[in-house]
Design a protein around this ligand. Structure first.
Ligand code: ADQ
Length: 485
């Protein structure tokens, strides 16, 4: 199996002259990495770490995870100008805001598009070189590679190409502003299967194709035929790896986690803790969330001095002005709320603008009374699932945006419209006063959902569909051979 994703699952960096391995803060990596560990194969990605070149062999490959060597990571090198055009430019200033419709204007530059096309071609060449047969199974990941499926199809016509789009797909009107909409749609239709998180995104995609391309659409089977190639469009809600009993046994108890986290922030045992965990991204609704915390303190003053909100935010795409300004706005708002409601050592907002290890995040999840996910638009959102997986005590409340794909599966959360600050403030108060029995009932039910529909179910469903597809193609080829005889 070959996975193509922009982000690598393991980044080698020089720190004080020594090489250390880092795990990126990325929902895609969180979800797809356990599948690769189980299936083995090759993961092709941009080599972005300062020590990446020093750790690969002559074919630019390195076995990972370090020490386990379960699969190969094949690195692709980009110049600064290529990274600027393909990754920061077209992918993150064009496609990301285009698909999230989060009121940030997409920017489309001809030069970015040229880089995007060239880098998609470079990855397609690498796939062809890494393929060990004429019909490999290739998993193409995300909006960095919209052109890749058709490029691979041209060189490996028998390949099974499963493309998964990790972010939302907008409606045809919104998508229509992209100057290269036809090329992007045609690129994606090189896939055998094209997956989205929700039926709603599938429907938007099919309607977009209907609007801008000549294609035959079979709504009943959810297939699109463009040229002589048929693509199956299906929803596969992504998830996380459910922690094994051995993993859970190694976790510090909830009581210990709470003591450690409360100790770190100097909070008394009867204090309440709210938690947000995100990349520093304008789609995640961090500003709206902080406004809701402020409104809750204003409306329910009994929480002043008794409630602290910890916002963990990993800096991301900091080369882009939009992201730097966003981070400054969050900083400014946190300071203002702390000036308004803080006193002495009490600060209602604790902003931790840094990358955290998986263990540190898990401790926070286990210590929190309420976890708040207020994305303005999110393909799925895995933070809410990680929070639920961490709570083997069945306690804690999840507040979840109705605009995250996860809201469709996690109805036992307190579902909010993050644009409605008053509603989120009330939900916070409700979460903090929720009786233990109700917390247990909601959390136990959420845990069943996340355990059942874990990331292996996601990958398993996609691969099973691919298997059926390959079988059908083999039978059709055999029938054709008989006809020809
Ligand atoms: P992301 O936009 O990256 O993913 P999300 O699904 O929430 O969003 O995943 C974020 C991941 O990064 C989580 O595993 C989280 O623990 C980790 N993370 C966040 N902040 C961190 C920090 N400060 N330190 C360390 N780790 C941190 C995209 C889509 C989502 C979709 C996923 C998977 O935007 O909608 O759910 O892909 O398809």
């Amino acid at each position: 199996m070959i996975v193509v994703a922009n982000r690598e699952p393991y980044i080698h960096e020089y720190v004080d002259g020594a090489i250390v391995v880092k795990r990126p803060a990325s929902g895609l990596v969180t979800a797809v990495e356990p599948v690769m560990r189980a299936c083995s194969g090759t993961w092709i990605a941009h080599g972005s770490g300062s020590a990446d070149r020093a750790t690969v062999d002559r074919e630019d490959r390195v076995p990972v995870p370090p020490g386990e060597d379960a699969y190969l990571l094949r690195r692709i090198w980009l110049t600064d100008a290529e990274e600027q055009g393909y990754y920061y430019g077209f992918a993150n200033e064009g496609m990301w805001p285009l698909c999230h419709v989060a009121h940030v204007r997409p920017v489309f530059r001809e030069s970015d598009w040229q880089h995007y096309r060239a880098i998609n071609q470079r990855f397609a060449d690498a796939v062809v070189r890494e393929a060990r047969s004429d019909n490999p199974v290739i998993l193409v990941q995300d909006y960095h590679f919209a052109l890749l499926p058709a490029m691979i199809r041209e060189r490996l016509p028998k390949a099974t190409i499963l493309t998964f789009w990790h972010i939302p797909w907008p409606n045809p009107e919104s998508f229509g502003i992209c100057p290269w909409r036809r090329e992007i749609l045609q690129g994606l239709l090189g896939s055998t299967i094209l997956g989205f998180h929700t039926r709603f995104h599938c429907k938007n995609f099919i309607e977009t194709v209907d609007r801008y391309l000549e294609a035959r659409i079979e709504h009943e089977h959810s297939t699109i035929t463009h040229g002589d190639k048929e693509t199956f469009i299906e929803s596969y809600p992504i998830s996380i790896e459910w922690p094994s009993p051995a993993t859970v046994a190694a976790w510090p108890s909830v009581t210990v986690c709470r003591q450690q986290v409360f100790g770190r922030f100097g909070l008394s045992a009867d204090h309440c803790l709210g938690l947000g965990v995100d990349r520093f991204d304008y789609t995640k609704g961090i500003l709206e969330r902080l406004h809701a915390v402020e409104r809750m303190l204003e409306k329910y003053p009994q929480w002043v001095g008794r409630f602290t909100f910890v916002q963990v935010a990993a800096p991301t795409r900091s080369a882009l002005e939009e992201y730097r300004t966003f981070q400054q706005r969050i900083d400014g708002l946190s300071k203002r709320i702390n000036e308004r409601y803080g006193s002495g050592s009490y600060q209602p907002i604790r902003l931790l603008a840094e990358h955290h290890s998986h263990e540190a995040l898990n401790r926070l999840y286990r210590a929190a009374d309420v976890c708040v996910v207020t994305s303005l638009h999110d393909g799925m959102n895995l933070v809410c699932k990680e929070f639920v997986a961490a709570r083997d005590d069945d306690l804690g409340v999840l507040i979840l945006s109705r605009f995250a794909g996860a809201a469709r599966e996690m109805a036992e959360a307190l579902i909010v419209n993050p644009y409605h600050v008053e509603e989120t403030a009330d939900a916070l108060h409700r979460a903090l006063t929720m009786p233990v029995a109700e917390q247990r009932e909601r959390m136990a039910s959420l845990r069943v959902t996340v355990r059942e529909f874990n990331v292996f179910r996601w990958a398993g469903r996609m691969l099973a569909d691919a298997g059926r597809w390959r079988l059908r193609e083999r039978i059709e080829a055999r029938v054709q051979r008989h006809k020809d005889l």
